[in-house]
Design a protein around this ligand. Structure first.
Ligand code: 5AD
Ligand code: SF4
Length: 470
């Protein structure tokens, strides 16, 4: 995609800020400051999008709330990756009929990946008449204008036109306070894995300019953020559309040169674009966290081909070997789909052997979910659900054993970790993360949040480590 067509002009973003001002003028006339709730489903990209929605809402004069009953505006930012997530959203929007009945002036908005699906927008139009505004990821940058249209005309607004996608810079952000921050470095996906809805709803790959990203990182470090995650559907193909001879490894190296004590992480990587150059760059950049999320999806070559993953089992394993050769203690995590249409019991065994061979630190396991409009949804899928569930459980059990063993190996070690928040139980009142992003529970003074500490790991479970500050 050409840069001229994907970049939203600065004047167009300025117009959105002018709509924020109009909303602000309206809201300032009210006795009590209005409140807004942004509810986020799905991946970190959606979390990052919600930070933009909150940034806009704050500029319009809204205070944030977590309570549906006291919100003047509710924005539900949805995920379309699996049917289960969609069902939950429909359930929750359905329940908002009651809150809106008590507060008829309440404005209910639905956005995110589901909103970009035609059949969802149609269902909302027909059956969820209390929803006032529906807009997809492509229209997020126009949120102030869309909300203004709802408020000024009191009519429903649907903005779900399909397009390759754009980049709008200069949208205000309201980030979560703390020590971790997301930075979107690119949007969209060109890979069209046959099971995946993302390319259909988020458009084509487009990269933000490196200097804008680096400025953002610099500002975040200045504000005290210590753990910064670069986000994209496939960060490894960053820069291909820019024509600047800057790839993801170059971006990482440039970010590494920014002064300050902080870690750089990234999500997600497609194995086909995970290069030796990137592995070596990670190894030589002291701020690049030794963690690589490298989704494999399946361990069988026929299934990988049917998924359109464009690598083989052996090709994937070679990448893992190359990565471990340069960063021996790297934490590797992955995504696996169980029950892809036509996957046989024997083919599933190849996934089992692969995870035993790689020995991931952690695995995100998904039961295949047909997504309307994707090629896989049209494929024959003869395996009964119960058999898929049996496979799923075996995979989870095996991975849990591996994770527990991997965690056990930390016991006795002292690891420099970032104390990143409050824990849930009184005994372990703090949480920390190892450089490889493993969770550590510990006790200590809350004033330590945001600092790096030497932590001795004293015990471990399948899910987490337990430690003491030395
Ligand atoms: N069904 C199940 N899992 C899916 N994922 C993406 N699409 C589907 C689907 N239709 C999983 C993949 C991806 C992760 C984010 O979600 O494993 O890596
Ligand atoms: Fe979906 Fe594949 Fe793109 Fe990931 S790389 S977002 S799984 S199409």
């Amino acid at each position: 995609m050409s840069q001229d067509t994907t970049r939203i002009a600065a004047e167009a973003v300025a117009r959105q800020m002018a709509y924020c001002d109009r909303m602000l003028a309206l809201n300032e006339g009210r006795a009590v400051p209005p409140r807004a709730l942004v509810d986020t489903y799905g991946c970190q990209q959606n979390e990052a999008d919600s930070e933009r929605l909150r940034g806009y809402l704050r500029a319009m004069g809204y205070d944030m709330t977590e309570r549906e009953d006291e919100a003047d505006v509710i924005v539900i930012n949805t995920c379309a990756i699996r049917e289960h997530a969609e069902d939950r959203v429909f359930g929750n929007i359905g329940a908002l009929v009651h809150t809106k009945r008590r507060n008829p002036a309440q404005i209910i908005c639905l956005c995110g990946c589901m909103a970009q699906e035609e059949h969802v927008a149609e269902r909302i139009r027909g059956s969820f008449r209390h929803v006032d505004l529906v807009f997809g990821p492509h229209a997020l940058w126009k949120f102030p204008e869309l909300l203004w249209r709802v408020v000024s005309r009191r009519g429903r607004v649907f903005e779900t036109t399909d397009e390759p996608g754009s980049i709008a810079e200069g949208i205000p952000l309201l980030r979560k306070e703390g020590v971790k921050a997301w930075v979107s470095i690119m949007y969209g996906c060109n890979n069209f894995c046959t099971y995946c809805i993302v390319p259909h709803v988020r458009g084509r790959e487009r990269s933000r300019a490196p200097e804008i990203i680096l400025d953002e990182v610099r500002a975040l470090v200045g504000q005290g953020y210590r753990d910064i995650t670069f986000l994209g559907q496939n960060v490894n193909s960053y820069g291909k559309d820019l024509g600047l001879a800057v790839d993801f490894a170059d971006l990482l190296r440039m970010a590494n040169e920014i002064p300050g004590e902080f870690l750089l992480r990234f999500m997600t990587s497609h194995p086909k674009d995970a290069s030796q150059k990137l592995f070596e760059t990670m190894a030589s950049c002291e701020k690049a966290a030794p963690h690589f999320h490298l989704p494999v999806q399946a361990g069988n070559d026929r299934v990988l081909r049917a998924m359109n993953r464009s690598y083989t089992r052996q090709g994937y394993l070679d990448k893992v070997t190359a990565l471990r050769a340069v960063i021996p203690d790297v934490v590797i995590t992955s995504d696996v789909i169980v029950g892809f249409p036509g996957e046989t019991a024997e083919e599933f065994e190849d996934t089992m052997t692969l995870i035993k061979q790689v020995r991931y630190d952690a695995l995100f396991t998904f039961l295949y979910s047909p997504r309307k409009g994707t090629p896989a949804a049209e494929m024959e899928d003869p395996m009964p659900r119960e058999e898929k569930m049996t496979h799923f459980q075996r995979l989870v059990d095996t991975q849990n054993e591996i994770s527990a063993e991997k965690h056990q190996a930390y016991v006795g070690q002292t690891v420099r970790c970032l104390i990143d928040g409050k824990g849930e139980d009184a005994r372990n009142n703090l949480t920390a993360r190892t450089p490889g992003n493993r969770l550590v529970h510990l006790s200590g003074d809350a004033a330590l949040i945001g600092t790096l500490q030497e932590i001795q790991i004293t015990s471990a479970s399948t899910w987490a480590l337990f430690g003491e500050i030395r």
